[in-house]
Design a protein around this ligand. Structure first.
Ligand code: T3D
Length: 264
C-alpha cells in the first residue's frame, strides 16, 4: 500500500490548511516531511489566491521536532552533521514562514516539542488546544533550541523564563503559554479547528497587503530603533495608500457597508 503523504494541503477558498501527517511519530520531521512541507508552502507562497494559511498536526500531536529514529548513531559510527540539516531544512522553513507575505496561524492540536515548538512559535498567530503543551525538549538530548528558539523565546517570554524553559525542558501547558505571552490563545480542544478556521477565514478576507506589511514591520521592530521603524512605517503606508484594498476600505466606511477586500 502507498505511504500516506506526510503533509496534507486543503483549500477553503482563500484559506489553506496544511497538516503535518505522521501521527504515529507525533508528526516529527523526517526528510520526506520536510520536503513535502517545503513544497506545500512554496506552492502557497506563489499563489496569490491563497491569502492565509493554517498549520496544524494530524492525530494527538502538533509536531515533536526532529524524528530521532533517524539520528541513532551506531557505536563508533560517524556523528551526523546537524548544522547541515538546519541549513538545508529547518532554517529555510522558519525563514519562509517569517517572510511569507500572508498570515500563518499555528493551530497547535497537541504536544509541540523541540523544533515543533519553535515552528509553532514562528507562526504569526498561535492558537492551541488546552491539552497541548510546548516543550523545548532540546536540552534533554544535549542540543540548543533551534528553529529560531533562542531568538524567539526571550522575545516572547523574557530572558529569565526563556533560559529556564530551554535549560530545564519544562512542558508549558497551553493556558500557561497564553498567560505568559508565549502564544495568542488557548481554546477548548473541541473548538480548536473551528476557532482556527474562523480566524483564518477572517484573515483570508482581510486586506492582505496591509497584513503583510504589518507582519514585516512588527518582525523588524526587534532589530532596529524607533527612527528607522518610523521611516519604514512611512514607506509601508505610502505603498498601502496606493492599494485597491485601501480605496475599498475607505469607500466602504463612508458608505456604511462591509468592505470587500481582494488582497491587492
Ligand atoms: O537532528 C537534527 O537535524 C537537528 C535538529 C533538531 C531539532 C529537534 O527538534 S531536536 C528535538 C527532538 N525532539 C524531541 O526530543 C522530542 C522527543 N519526544 C518526546 O519527548 C515525547 O515524545 C513528547 C514529549 C513529544 C510526547 O510524549 P508522549 O508521552 O505524549 O508520547 P510518546 O509516547 O513519547 O510518543 C508517541 C510515539 O511517538 C512514540 O512512538 P511509539 O513508542 O508509540 O512507537 C515515540 O517514540 C514517538 N515519537 C515522539 N517524538 C518522537 C518520536 N519518534 C521519533 N522522534 C521523535 N522526536
Amino acid at each position: 500500500m502507498a505511504e500516506p503523504s506526510p503533509v496534507l494541503l486543503e483549500r477553503h477558498g482563500a484559506l489553506a490548511v496544511v497538516t503535518l501527517n505522521r501521527p504515529d511519530r507525533l508528526n516529527s520531521f523526517n526528510e520526506a516531511q520536510h520536503r513535502a512541507l517545503r513544497t506545500a508552502i512554496d506552492t502557497l507562497a506563489a499563489d496569490d489566491s491563497c491569502r492565509a494559511v493554517i498549520l496544524t498536526g494530524a492525530g494527538r500531536g502538533f509536531c515533536a521536532g526532529q524524528d530521532l529514529s533517524d539520528r541513532v548513531q551506531p557505536e563508533g559510527g560517524a556523528a551526523p552533521d546537524l548544522g547541515q540539516t538546519l541549513e538545508s531544512f529547518y532554517n529555510p522553513l522558519i525563514r519562509t514562514i517569517r517572510a511569507l507575505p500572508k498570515p500563518v496561524i499555528a493551530a497547535v492540536n497537541g504536544v509541540a516539542a523541540g523544533a515543533g515548538a519553535n515552528l509553532a512559535l514562528a507562526c504569526d498567530i498561535v492558537l492551541a488546544a488546552k491539552s497541548a503543551k510546548f516543550i523545548q525538549a532540546f536540552s534533554k538530548i544535549g542540543l540548543i533550541p533551534d528553529s529560531g528558539g533562542t531568538w524567539m523565546l526571550p522575545r516572547l517570554v523574557g530572558e529569565a523564563r526563556a533560559k529556564a524553559l530551554a535549560m530545564l525542558a519544562i512542558p508549558v501547558p497551553a493556558e500557561e503559554a497564553e498567560r505568559i505571552g508565549m502564544i495568542y490563545r488557548a481554546v477548548e480542544d473541541a473548538a480548536l479547528m473551528e476557532e482556527a478556521m474562523k480566524l483564518g477565514m477572517s484573515l483570508a478576507n482581510a486586506p492582505t497587503l496591509g497584513l503583510a506589511e504589518t507582519k514585516a514591520l512588527i518582525q523588524k521592530a526587534f532589530t532596529q530603533g524607533l527612527d528607522a521603524q518610523l521611516d519604514d512605517e512611512r514607506d509601508a503606508q505610502r505603498r498601502l495608500g496606493r492599494s485597491a484594498d485601501y480605496a475599498e476600505g475607505v469607500r466602504a466606511f463612508m458608505e456604511k457597508r462591509e468592505a470587500r477586500f481582494e488582497g491587492r
